[in-house]
Design a protein around this ligand. Structure first.
Ligand code: UGA
Length: 438
Protein backbone atom coordinates (compact mmCIF):
# COMPACT_ATOMS: atom_id res chain seq x y z
CA UNK A 1 0.00 0.00 0.00
CA UNK A 2 1.78 3.09 -1.24
CA UNK A 3 0.57 5.44 1.51
CA UNK A 4 2.88 3.56 3.88
CA UNK A 5 5.92 4.88 1.99
CA UNK A 6 8.25 7.03 4.04
CA UNK A 7 10.02 9.92 2.39
CA UNK A 8 12.91 12.16 3.33
CA UNK A 9 13.50 15.46 1.56
CA UNK A 10 17.03 16.81 1.92
CA UNK A 11 17.18 20.56 1.46
CA UNK A 12 14.05 22.53 2.33
CA UNK A 13 14.43 25.55 0.08
CA UNK A 14 11.96 26.37 -2.63
CA UNK A 15 11.99 22.96 -4.25
CA UNK A 16 12.36 20.85 -1.11
CA UNK A 17 9.73 22.60 1.01
CA UNK A 18 7.24 22.34 -1.85
CA UNK A 19 8.06 18.70 -2.52
CA UNK A 20 7.84 17.78 1.17
CA UNK A 21 4.43 19.43 1.64
CA UNK A 22 3.08 17.95 -1.62
CA UNK A 23 4.28 14.41 -0.82
CA UNK A 24 2.59 14.71 2.58
CA UNK A 25 -0.55 15.87 0.78
CA UNK A 26 -0.43 12.58 -1.17
CA UNK A 27 -0.56 10.76 2.16
CA UNK A 28 3.09 9.85 2.72
CA UNK A 29 5.07 10.31 5.90
CA UNK A 30 7.66 12.97 5.11
CA UNK A 31 10.65 14.34 6.97
CA UNK A 32 12.25 17.51 5.63
CA UNK A 33 15.92 17.91 6.53
CA UNK A 34 18.06 21.03 6.25
CA UNK A 35 21.28 22.22 7.85
CA UNK A 36 19.80 25.71 8.29
CA UNK A 37 18.30 25.54 11.80
CA UNK A 38 16.48 28.88 11.41
CA UNK A 39 14.73 27.60 8.28
CA UNK A 40 13.81 24.34 10.00
CA UNK A 41 12.39 25.98 13.11
CA UNK A 42 10.30 28.31 10.92
CA UNK A 43 8.97 25.36 8.90
CA UNK A 44 8.21 23.42 12.09
CA UNK A 45 6.04 26.35 13.17
CA UNK A 46 4.29 26.44 9.81
CA UNK A 47 6.12 29.55 8.63
CA UNK A 48 7.32 29.56 5.06
CA UNK A 49 10.67 31.36 4.61
CA UNK A 50 9.65 32.57 1.12
CA UNK A 51 6.48 33.52 -0.74
CA UNK A 52 4.68 31.01 -2.91
CA UNK A 53 0.93 31.18 -3.52
CA UNK A 54 -0.93 28.53 -1.49
CA UNK A 55 2.16 26.88 -0.03
CA UNK A 56 2.00 28.43 3.45
CA UNK A 57 -1.57 27.15 3.79
CA UNK A 58 -0.59 23.68 2.54
CA UNK A 59 2.32 23.57 4.97
CA UNK A 60 0.09 24.36 7.95
CA UNK A 61 -2.51 21.84 6.75
CA UNK A 62 0.05 19.06 6.36
CA UNK A 63 1.87 19.76 9.65
CA UNK A 64 -1.48 19.30 11.37
CA UNK A 65 -1.82 15.78 9.92
CA UNK A 66 1.31 14.73 11.80
CA UNK A 67 2.71 13.17 8.61
CA UNK A 68 5.05 16.09 7.87
CA UNK A 69 7.99 16.95 10.14
CA UNK A 70 11.17 19.00 9.79
CA UNK A 71 14.54 18.48 11.42
CA UNK A 72 18.23 19.30 11.11
CA UNK A 73 19.19 15.72 11.93
CA UNK A 74 20.08 13.31 9.11
CA UNK A 75 19.52 10.51 11.57
CA UNK A 76 15.78 11.11 11.14
CA UNK A 77 16.12 9.98 7.51
CA UNK A 78 16.97 6.42 8.46
CA UNK A 79 13.42 5.01 8.09
CA UNK A 80 12.76 6.57 4.69
CA UNK A 81 12.20 4.42 1.60
CA UNK A 82 12.97 7.28 -0.78
CA UNK A 83 15.29 10.21 -0.11
CA UNK A 84 14.86 13.22 -2.38
CA UNK A 85 17.95 15.39 -2.82
CA UNK A 86 16.61 18.92 -3.24
CA UNK A 87 19.60 21.11 -2.35
CA UNK A 88 20.65 24.10 -4.43
CA UNK A 89 23.26 24.13 -7.19
CA UNK A 90 24.11 27.83 -7.52
CA UNK A 91 26.58 29.28 -9.99
CA UNK A 92 30.16 28.97 -8.73
CA UNK A 93 31.75 32.31 -7.89
CA UNK A 94 33.95 33.47 -10.77
CA UNK A 95 32.87 30.67 -13.10
CA UNK A 96 29.95 29.55 -15.25
CA UNK A 97 29.93 26.10 -13.65
CA UNK A 98 27.48 24.85 -11.04
CA UNK A 99 28.64 24.65 -7.45
CA UNK A 100 28.03 21.08 -6.29
CA UNK A 101 29.16 21.61 -2.69
CA UNK A 102 25.63 21.23 -1.32
CA UNK A 103 24.78 18.17 -3.40
CA UNK A 104 27.97 16.36 -2.43
CA UNK A 105 27.73 17.46 1.22
CA UNK A 106 24.10 16.35 1.59
CA UNK A 107 24.79 13.04 -0.17
CA UNK A 108 27.78 12.28 2.07
CA UNK A 109 25.77 13.05 5.19
CA UNK A 110 22.91 10.88 4.00
CA UNK A 111 24.97 7.80 3.05
CA UNK A 112 25.39 6.35 6.57
CA UNK A 113 21.61 6.52 7.14
CA UNK A 114 20.40 4.54 4.12
CA UNK A 115 18.40 1.45 5.03
CA UNK A 116 18.36 -1.73 2.95
CA UNK A 117 16.31 -1.33 -0.23
CA UNK A 118 16.06 2.45 0.01
CA UNK A 119 16.43 4.80 -2.94
CA UNK A 120 18.14 8.17 -3.24
CA UNK A 121 16.35 10.24 -5.89
CA UNK A 122 18.15 13.38 -7.00
CA UNK A 123 15.99 16.36 -7.87
CA UNK A 124 18.57 19.14 -7.90
CA UNK A 125 19.56 20.51 -11.32
CA UNK A 126 23.06 19.12 -11.86
CA UNK A 127 25.66 18.93 -14.64
CA UNK A 128 25.29 15.72 -16.63
CA UNK A 129 27.48 12.99 -15.12
CA UNK A 130 26.90 14.03 -11.51
CA UNK A 131 24.45 11.18 -10.88
CA UNK A 132 26.95 8.62 -12.22
CA UNK A 133 29.58 9.90 -9.78
CA UNK A 134 27.14 9.77 -6.87
CA UNK A 135 26.01 6.28 -7.93
CA UNK A 136 29.60 5.04 -7.91
CA UNK A 137 30.06 6.38 -4.40
CA UNK A 138 26.81 4.81 -3.28
CA UNK A 139 27.77 1.42 -4.79
CA UNK A 140 31.01 1.53 -2.80
CA UNK A 141 29.61 2.71 0.50
CA UNK A 142 25.93 1.68 0.58
CA UNK A 143 25.42 -1.08 -2.01
CA UNK A 144 22.15 -2.06 -0.35
CA UNK A 145 20.61 1.18 -1.73
CA UNK A 146 20.17 2.60 -5.23
CA UNK A 147 20.27 6.01 -6.87
CA UNK A 148 17.88 7.53 -9.40
CA UNK A 149 17.43 10.99 -10.91
CA UNK A 150 14.02 12.62 -10.93
CA UNK A 151 14.38 16.18 -12.22
CA UNK A 152 11.95 18.88 -11.21
CA UNK A 153 10.24 21.29 -13.57
CA UNK A 154 8.29 23.44 -11.13
CA UNK A 155 7.90 27.13 -11.77
CA UNK A 156 7.88 29.62 -8.95
CA UNK A 157 4.37 30.96 -8.54
CA UNK A 158 2.92 27.58 -9.65
CA UNK A 159 4.96 25.30 -7.40
CA UNK A 160 2.11 23.22 -5.95
CA UNK A 161 0.32 22.80 -9.26
CA UNK A 162 3.56 21.85 -11.01
CA UNK A 163 4.35 19.25 -8.32
CA UNK A 164 0.93 17.64 -8.02
CA UNK A 165 -0.15 18.10 -11.65
CA UNK A 166 3.13 18.20 -13.57
CA UNK A 167 3.11 18.01 -17.37
CA UNK A 168 5.46 15.00 -17.17
CA UNK A 169 7.39 12.86 -14.72
CA UNK A 170 10.94 11.98 -15.69
CA UNK A 171 12.94 9.31 -13.90
CA UNK A 172 16.49 8.31 -14.65
CA UNK A 173 17.00 4.82 -13.23
CA UNK A 174 19.55 2.02 -13.11
CA UNK A 175 17.35 -0.82 -11.82
CA UNK A 176 13.74 -1.82 -12.60
CA UNK A 177 12.91 -2.04 -8.88
CA UNK A 178 13.86 1.63 -8.44
CA UNK A 179 11.55 2.66 -11.27
CA UNK A 180 8.83 0.53 -9.65
CA UNK A 181 9.32 2.29 -6.30
CA UNK A 182 9.09 5.75 -7.90
CA UNK A 183 6.04 4.67 -9.91
CA UNK A 184 4.43 3.49 -6.66
CA UNK A 185 5.12 6.87 -5.07
CA UNK A 186 3.76 8.83 -8.02
CA UNK A 187 0.85 6.42 -8.66
CA UNK A 188 -1.85 9.06 -7.99
CA UNK A 189 -0.28 11.35 -10.61
CA UNK A 190 0.26 8.56 -13.13
CA UNK A 191 -3.36 7.45 -12.68
CA UNK A 192 -4.43 11.02 -13.37
CA UNK A 193 -2.69 10.77 -16.74
CA UNK A 194 0.68 12.46 -16.16
CA UNK A 195 3.10 11.10 -18.81
CA UNK A 196 5.85 8.91 -17.35
CA UNK A 197 9.26 8.93 -18.99
CA UNK A 198 12.00 6.64 -17.78
CA UNK A 199 15.57 6.85 -18.98
CA UNK A 200 19.17 6.39 -17.92
CA UNK A 201 20.65 8.76 -15.34
CA UNK A 202 22.41 11.04 -17.84
CA UNK A 203 19.35 11.58 -20.02
CA UNK A 204 17.26 12.47 -16.98
CA UNK A 205 19.86 15.04 -15.88
CA UNK A 206 19.99 16.42 -19.43
CA UNK A 207 16.20 16.69 -19.82
CA UNK A 208 16.18 19.34 -17.14
CA UNK A 209 18.93 21.54 -18.56
CA UNK A 210 17.66 21.03 -22.10
CA UNK A 211 14.18 22.18 -21.06
CA UNK A 212 15.49 25.29 -19.32
CA UNK A 213 17.83 26.04 -22.23
CA UNK A 214 14.93 25.79 -24.67
CA UNK A 215 12.81 28.14 -22.55
CA UNK A 216 15.69 30.62 -22.28
CA UNK A 217 16.20 30.39 -26.04
CA UNK A 218 12.54 31.14 -26.71
CA UNK A 219 12.68 34.26 -24.53
CA UNK A 220 15.94 35.50 -26.03
CA UNK A 221 14.65 34.78 -29.53
CA UNK A 222 11.68 37.07 -29.03
CA UNK A 223 13.90 39.68 -27.39
CA UNK A 224 16.19 39.54 -30.41
CA UNK A 225 13.09 40.12 -32.58
CA UNK A 226 12.25 43.04 -30.29
CA UNK A 227 15.62 44.58 -31.15
CA UNK A 228 14.90 44.08 -34.84
CA UNK A 229 11.41 45.58 -34.48
CA UNK A 230 12.87 48.63 -32.76
CA UNK A 231 15.38 49.08 -35.57
CA UNK A 232 12.95 48.36 -38.40
CA UNK A 233 9.84 50.02 -37.03
CA UNK A 234 7.82 46.92 -36.15
CA UNK A 235 5.84 45.73 -33.15
CA UNK A 236 7.16 42.64 -31.37
CA UNK A 237 3.90 41.96 -29.54
CA UNK A 238 2.03 41.61 -32.84
CA UNK A 239 4.88 39.56 -34.28
CA UNK A 240 4.84 37.20 -31.26
CA UNK A 241 1.09 36.78 -31.50
CA UNK A 242 1.28 36.02 -35.20
CA UNK A 243 4.08 33.45 -35.03
CA UNK A 244 2.57 31.91 -31.88
CA UNK A 245 -0.51 30.73 -33.78
CA UNK A 246 1.70 28.19 -35.50
CA UNK A 247 1.41 25.22 -33.15
CA UNK A 248 4.97 24.21 -33.96
CA UNK A 249 6.09 27.51 -32.41
CA UNK A 250 3.43 28.07 -29.75
CA UNK A 251 2.55 31.36 -28.12
CA UNK A 252 3.92 30.77 -24.62
CA UNK A 253 7.25 32.21 -23.48
CA UNK A 254 7.25 34.75 -26.28
CA UNK A 255 6.69 37.73 -24.01
CA UNK A 256 9.36 40.22 -25.05
CA UNK A 257 10.78 42.58 -22.48
CA UNK A 258 13.66 42.85 -20.03
CA UNK A 259 14.34 39.13 -20.19
CA UNK A 260 14.72 36.18 -17.88
CA UNK A 261 16.17 36.07 -14.39
CA UNK A 262 15.72 34.01 -11.26
CA UNK A 263 17.68 31.22 -9.65
CA UNK A 264 17.34 28.78 -12.56
CA UNK A 265 17.38 29.83 -16.21
CA UNK A 266 20.48 32.10 -16.14
CA UNK A 267 22.66 29.80 -14.06
CA UNK A 268 21.43 26.64 -15.77
CA UNK A 269 22.40 27.75 -19.28
CA UNK A 270 25.80 28.86 -17.99
CA UNK A 271 26.38 25.58 -16.16
CA UNK A 272 25.33 23.71 -19.32
CA UNK A 273 27.98 25.56 -21.35
CA UNK A 274 30.60 24.85 -18.69
CA UNK A 275 29.76 21.14 -18.57
CA UNK A 276 29.59 20.83 -22.36
CA UNK A 277 33.11 22.19 -22.51
CA UNK A 278 34.30 19.64 -19.95
CA UNK A 279 32.89 16.77 -22.00
CA UNK A 280 34.26 18.13 -25.28
CA UNK A 281 30.90 19.21 -26.73
CA UNK A 282 31.18 22.96 -26.26
CA UNK A 283 30.29 23.78 -29.88
CA UNK A 284 26.89 22.12 -29.49
CA UNK A 285 25.69 24.68 -26.98
CA UNK A 286 27.80 27.65 -28.05
CA UNK A 287 24.51 29.35 -29.07
CA UNK A 288 23.63 29.63 -25.37
CA UNK A 289 26.35 32.25 -25.02
CA UNK A 290 24.36 34.40 -27.43
CA UNK A 291 21.12 33.59 -25.58
CA UNK A 292 22.74 34.85 -22.38
CA UNK A 293 24.12 37.95 -24.13
CA UNK A 294 20.74 38.87 -25.70
CA UNK A 295 19.15 38.42 -22.29
CA UNK A 296 21.59 40.72 -20.51
CA UNK A 297 21.40 43.22 -23.38
CA UNK A 298 17.66 43.61 -22.76
CA UNK A 299 18.52 45.11 -19.37
CA UNK A 300 20.98 47.58 -20.90
CA UNK A 301 18.49 48.49 -23.63
CA UNK A 302 15.94 49.31 -20.96
CA UNK A 303 18.39 51.65 -19.21
CA UNK A 304 19.14 53.31 -22.57
CA UNK A 305 15.43 53.85 -23.31
CA UNK A 306 14.93 55.43 -19.87
CA UNK A 307 17.87 57.70 -20.45
CA UNK A 308 16.60 58.72 -23.90
CA UNK A 309 13.22 59.64 -22.40
CA UNK A 310 14.67 62.04 -19.84
CA UNK A 311 15.69 65.31 -21.47
CA UNK A 312 17.39 66.40 -18.23
CA UNK A 313 19.37 63.11 -18.16
CA UNK A 314 19.40 60.41 -15.51
CA UNK A 315 21.24 62.42 -12.86
CA UNK A 316 18.77 63.56 -10.25
CA UNK A 317 15.73 62.18 -12.12
CA UNK A 318 13.12 60.54 -9.93
CA UNK A 319 12.38 57.11 -11.31
CA UNK A 320 9.55 54.93 -10.04
CA UNK A 321 10.15 51.20 -10.53
CA UNK A 322 7.19 48.87 -10.36
CA UNK A 323 8.49 45.40 -9.55
CA UNK A 324 11.59 43.95 -7.95
CA UNK A 325 10.95 40.18 -8.10
CA UNK A 326 12.31 38.27 -11.10
CA UNK A 327 8.72 37.43 -12.01
CA UNK A 328 5.25 38.01 -10.56
CA UNK A 329 3.83 35.92 -7.69
CA UNK A 330 7.28 35.44 -6.22
CA UNK A 331 9.46 37.25 -3.68
CA UNK A 332 12.59 35.89 -5.34
CA UNK A 333 15.05 38.57 -6.46
CA UNK A 334 17.87 36.28 -7.57
CA UNK A 335 19.28 37.69 -10.80
CA UNK A 336 16.17 39.82 -11.13
CA UNK A 337 16.22 41.93 -14.32
CA UNK A 338 14.00 44.51 -12.59
CA UNK A 339 16.38 45.02 -9.68
CA UNK A 340 19.45 45.04 -11.91
CA UNK A 341 17.92 47.82 -13.98
CA UNK A 342 16.95 49.76 -10.84
CA UNK A 343 20.51 49.41 -9.50
CA UNK A 344 22.08 50.53 -12.81
CA UNK A 345 19.88 53.63 -12.88
CA UNK A 346 20.87 54.39 -9.30
CA UNK A 347 24.54 53.97 -10.20
CA UNK A 348 24.04 56.47 -13.02
CA UNK A 349 22.83 59.10 -10.57
CA UNK A 350 19.05 58.72 -10.69
CA UNK A 351 16.93 58.70 -7.58
CA UNK A 352 15.16 55.34 -7.79
CA UNK A 353 12.20 54.24 -5.72
CA UNK A 354 11.14 50.60 -6.02
CA UNK A 355 7.80 49.01 -5.22
CA UNK A 356 6.99 45.31 -5.15
CA UNK A 357 4.01 43.54 -3.54
CA UNK A 358 6.21 40.81 -1.98
CA UNK A 359 9.89 41.19 -2.72
CA UNK A 360 10.88 44.42 -0.97
CA UNK A 361 12.61 42.75 2.00
CA UNK A 362 14.71 40.52 -0.25
CA UNK A 363 15.43 43.41 -2.60
CA UNK A 364 16.58 45.64 0.25
CA UNK A 365 19.02 42.97 1.41
CA UNK A 366 20.58 42.90 -2.06
CA UNK A 367 20.53 46.62 -2.80
CA UNK A 368 20.27 48.54 0.50
CA UNK A 369 21.00 51.82 -1.30
CA UNK A 370 17.82 51.76 -3.35
CA UNK A 371 14.77 53.51 -1.97
CA UNK A 372 11.75 51.28 -1.36
CA UNK A 373 8.07 52.14 -1.15
CA UNK A 374 5.49 49.91 0.47
CA UNK A 375 2.59 51.35 -1.51
CA UNK A 376 2.30 52.15 -5.19
CA UNK A 377 1.19 55.74 -4.64
CA UNK A 378 4.31 56.67 -2.67
CA UNK A 379 6.47 55.07 -5.34
CA UNK A 380 4.82 57.05 -8.13
CA UNK A 381 4.54 60.38 -6.34
CA UNK A 382 6.56 63.05 -8.17
CA UNK A 383 8.09 60.50 -10.55
CA UNK A 384 9.74 61.87 -13.68
CA UNK A 385 9.27 58.48 -15.29
CA UNK A 386 7.66 55.17 -14.32
CA UNK A 387 9.05 51.77 -15.25
CA UNK A 388 6.94 48.63 -15.25
CA UNK A 389 9.46 45.83 -14.72
CA UNK A 390 7.62 42.87 -13.14
CA UNK A 391 4.12 42.13 -14.39
CA UNK A 392 2.24 41.73 -11.11
CA UNK A 393 -1.54 41.70 -11.60
CA UNK A 394 -1.87 44.71 -9.33
CA UNK A 395 0.19 46.80 -11.78
CA UNK A 396 -1.78 45.64 -14.79
CA UNK A 397 -4.93 46.74 -13.00
CA UNK A 398 -3.77 50.28 -12.28
CA UNK A 399 -5.99 53.02 -13.69
CA UNK A 400 -3.83 55.25 -15.93
CA UNK A 401 -6.19 58.21 -15.36
CA UNK A 402 -5.92 57.91 -11.58
CA UNK A 403 -2.18 57.32 -11.32
CA UNK A 404 -1.46 60.19 -13.72
CA UNK A 405 -2.44 62.50 -10.87
CA UNK A 406 0.39 61.16 -8.70
CA UNK A 407 3.35 61.45 -11.04
CA UNK A 408 5.26 64.56 -12.02
CA UNK A 409 5.56 63.49 -15.63
CA UNK A 410 3.19 61.01 -17.28
CA UNK A 411 5.81 58.82 -18.94
CA UNK A 412 5.82 55.08 -18.59
CA UNK A 413 8.00 52.36 -20.07
CA UNK A 414 6.58 48.86 -20.06
CA UNK A 415 9.51 46.49 -19.65
CA UNK A 416 7.25 43.44 -19.80
CA UNK A 417 4.85 44.28 -22.62
CA UNK A 418 2.02 43.51 -20.25
CA UNK A 419 0.22 46.84 -19.80
CA UNK A 420 -2.68 48.03 -21.96
CA UNK A 421 -0.90 50.66 -24.07
CA UNK A 422 -4.14 51.98 -25.60
CA UNK A 423 -5.51 52.84 -22.17
CA UNK A 424 -2.33 54.71 -21.23
CA UNK A 425 -2.17 56.56 -24.54
CA UNK A 426 -5.82 57.52 -24.22
CA UNK A 427 -5.16 58.85 -20.71
CA UNK A 428 -2.44 61.09 -22.14
CA UNK A 429 0.64 59.17 -21.10
CA UNK A 430 3.82 58.95 -23.11
CA UNK A 431 4.02 55.17 -23.41
CA UNK A 432 7.02 53.17 -24.55
CA UNK A 433 7.76 49.47 -24.53
CA UNK A 434 10.70 47.35 -25.61
CA UNK A 435 10.24 46.13 -29.18
CA UNK A 436 7.40 48.45 -30.06
CA UNK A 437 7.38 51.79 -31.80
CA UNK A 438 4.59 53.75 -30.17
C1 UGA B 1 12.04 27.89 -14.60
C2 UGA B 1 11.34 26.88 -15.52
O1 UGA B 1 10.25 27.51 -16.19
C3 UGA B 1 10.82 25.70 -14.71
O2 UGA B 1 10.24 24.72 -15.57
C4 UGA B 1 12.00 25.08 -13.94
O3 UGA B 1 11.58 23.99 -13.14
C5 UGA B 1 12.62 26.14 -13.05
O4 UGA B 1 13.07 27.24 -13.86
C6 UGA B 1 13.79 25.52 -12.35
O5 UGA B 1 14.77 25.17 -13.03
O6 UGA B 1 13.70 25.26 -11.15
P1 UGA B 1 11.14 29.81 -12.96
O7 UGA B 1 12.59 30.16 -12.76
O8 UGA B 1 10.23 29.71 -11.80
O9 UGA B 1 11.04 28.39 -13.71
O10 UGA B 1 10.53 30.93 -13.91
P2 UGA B 1 9.94 31.03 -15.39
O11 UGA B 1 8.49 31.09 -15.32
O12 UGA B 1 10.57 30.05 -16.29
O13 UGA B 1 10.46 32.48 -15.77
C7 UGA B 1 11.86 32.75 -15.85
C8 UGA B 1 12.12 34.16 -16.28
O14 UGA B 1 11.77 34.34 -17.64
C9 UGA B 1 11.36 35.23 -15.49
O15 UGA B 1 12.26 36.27 -15.18
C10 UGA B 1 10.29 35.68 -16.46
O16 UGA B 1 9.90 37.01 -16.25
C11 UGA B 1 11.02 35.53 -17.80
N1 UGA B 1 10.11 35.37 -18.95
C12 UGA B 1 9.30 34.29 -19.03
C13 UGA B 1 10.15 36.29 -19.99
O17 UGA B 1 10.92 37.27 -19.95
N2 UGA B 1 9.33 36.11 -21.07
C14 UGA B 1 8.50 35.06 -21.17
O18 UGA B 1 7.78 34.96 -22.20
C15 UGA B 1 8.47 34.13 -20.13
Amino acid sequence: MSETLKISVIGTGYLGATHAACMSKLGYTVVGIDSDSAKISALQKGQLPFYEPGLAELLVEQLATGRLTFTTSFDMAKDADIHFLCVGTPQKAGSNAADLTYVNGAFDQLLPHLKVGSLVAGKSTVPVGTADLLAAKLDAQAPHSDLAWNPEFLREGFAIEDTLEPNRLVVGVRKPESEKLLAELYAPLITAGVPWISSDLSTAELVKVAANSFLATKISFINAMAEICEAAGGDVTVLAKAIGYDPRIGSRFLQAGIGFGGGCLPKDIRAFMARAEEIGANQAVEFLREIDAINLRARTRMVDVVSSELSQGLKGARIAVLGAAFKPDSDDVRDSPALDIAASLLAKGASVVVHDPKAIDNARLRFPNLEFATDIKSALTEADITLHLTEWKVYRELDPVEIKKWVKSAKIIDGRNALDSDKYLLAGWRFRALGRNL
